[in-house]
Ligand binder design. Structure first.
Ligand code: PLP
Ligand code: COI
Length: 341
C-alpha cells in the first residue's frame, strides 16, 4: 500500500479530509444498507433534531501501522458498544455492533493510504457518529438519523507531544449527577467549550472537573480520564457514574495489573489526595497518556514530583506497554486488535 505524501511527523490533532467516509441512514424504523462515499458534505433540514436539540453521539478510535506493516484498529468492539449505550441514552436508534465493526473495516481499508507509517508517531483517527436528521421543533427525539464515520490522520492531541501539562481546577461543571457525563454525547462537549476557552486564555492546557454535587472528588477533563500513581506505585483512577468510561483507561488498568504487576485502585478520588500523588496522566484515544506536571486550584499549585520536563517513570512504562500493544511490538490480549485485511 503506497502511503500519501503527508508530513506525518508534524501532524497535529486536526481535520484533514480523506478519500472515503461511510454513511448509513435510518428511516421508517430501519437502517439502510450503508455504503462508502466520497461526498464529505451533509445536507439536512434546517430544523433537524441535531441542529435544534443537539441529538448527536459519537466515538473516537485509532488505526495504526504495526511494526510488521499490518493495519490494525484498537478495541473497536468497545467503541461499538459505547456508541450503542450513548445512542440509547439520547433516545436514538443504536447502530448494530456487528455493522459498526464492518463499517470501520471498510472505512479504514478504503483510506489505508492515510494510515500513518510505523514509527511516524501519527495515527489515523476514526470518528463515527449518529445524529438526528429530520425536522423536530417540539422537544422530542427525531425519527430519522444518519450514522457516519470519517477518518483523519492525526498527531499528538496536546501541542508539544509528551511535555507535561498544566491543568486548572475548573469552576465550571461538565456533567450533572444522573445526567449524561457517562456517554459520548456532543452536548457534553458543548458544555465544556466555555470552560476550555477560559482555561486556554489563562494559560492552562486543560481543565480538571470535580464532581458537580460536592466539588470534592476528581472527575475527568474535557476529553480524557485521569490516572494517578501514588508514591508506592499504585495506579489510582477515579470511579464515578458521571465520567466517560474510557477504553484507554480500562486497557491501562489491565496493562498495569497483567503486564506490569502493579496494584490498581478504581475508586472515588478525593481532590484532597492529589497533592500526595507522585505522577498524574490524562488517558484517552486522542490523549493516549499525556503527563500532567502541575495542577492549579485557584492559585494554589500542586507540582507533581515527576516534574515539568518528562513523564513519570510508571506513566512512561504504562505508555510504552500500551503503545507497544497498539503497534504490534508486544503481544496483545485476546481480542484487542482488529486487523484490517
Ligand atoms: N473522557 C472524555 C470526556 C473523552 O472525550 C474521552 C475520549 O474519548 C475519554 C475520556 C477517553 O476515552 P477513550 O479512552 O475511550 O478514548
Ligand atoms: C477521543 O479521544 O477520541 C475523544 O473523543 C476526545 C476528544 C477530546 C478528541
Amino acid at each position: 500500500m503506497e502511503k500519501k505524501n503527508i508530513d506525518w511527523g508534524n501532524l497535529g490533532f486536526a481535520y484533514m479530509p480523506t478519500e472515503k467516509r461511510y454513511v448509513s441512514n435510518y428511516k421508517d424504523g430501519a437502517w439502510d444498507d450503508g455504503c462508502l462515499t466520497e461526498d464529505d458534505k451533509v445536507v439536512i433540514s434546517e430544523c433537524a433534531g441535531v441542529l435544534q436539540y443537539a441529538q448527536t453521539v459519537f466515538e473516537g478510535m485509532k488505526a495504526y501501522t504495526t511494526e510488521d506493516g499490518r493495519t490494525v484498529v484498537f478495541r473497536p468492539d468497545l467503541n461499538a458498544k459505547r456508541l450503542k449505550d450513548s445512542a440509547e441514552r439520547l433516545e436514538m436508534p443504536a447502530f448494530p455492533e456487528d455493522r459498526f465493526l464492518d463499517a470501520i473495516r471498510q472505512l479504514v481499508k478504503a483510506n489505508e493510504a492515510y494510515v500513518p507509517p510505523y514509527g511516524s508517531g501519527a495515527s489515523l483517527y476514526i470518528r463515527p457518529y449518529i445524529f438526528g436528521t429530520n425536522p423536530v421543533i417540539g422537544v422530542k427525539p427525531a425519527d430519522e438519523y444518519q450514522f457516519r464515520a470519517f477518518t483523519t490522520p492525526v498527531g499528538p492531541y496536546f501541542k508539544g507531544g509528551v511535555k507535561p501539562l498544566t491543568i486548572k481546577v475548573s469552576d465550571f461543571d461538565r456533567a450533572a449527577p444522573h445526567g449524561t457525563g457517562h456517554i459520548k454525547a456532543g452536548l457534553n462537549y458543548a458544555m465544556s467549550l466555555h470552560a476550555i476557552v477560559t482555561a486556554h486564555e489563562e494559560g492552562y492546557d486543560e481543565n480538571m472537573y470535580l464532581d458537580s454535587a460536592t466539588r470534592t472528588y476528581v472527575e475527568e477533563t474535557g476529553g480524557a480520564n485521569f490516572l494517578f500513581i501514588t508514591k508506592d506505585n499504585t495506579v489510582v483512577t477515579p470511579k464515578s457514574n458521571t465520567i466517560l468510561p474510557s477504553i484507554t483507561r480500562r486497557s491501562l488498568i489491565y496493562v498495569a495489573e497483567h503486564y506490569l504487576g502493579l496494584k490498581v485502585e478504581e475508586r472515588p478520588v478525593p481532590f484532597e489526595e492529589v497533592k500526595d500523588m507522585a505522577e498524574c496522566g490524562l488517558c484517552g484515544t486522542a490523549a493516549v497518556i499525556s503527563p500532567v506536571g502541575k495542577i492549579v486550584d485557584h492559585g494554589k499549585e500542586i507540582c507533581m514530583p515527576s516534574g515539568m520536563t518528562q513523564m513519570g517513570p510508571i506513566t512512561q512504562k504504562l505508555y510504552d506497554t500500551l503503545t507497544g500493544i497498539q503497534m504490534g511490538r508486544l503481544e496483545a490480549p485476546e481480542g484487542w486488535i482488529m486487523e484490517i485485511k
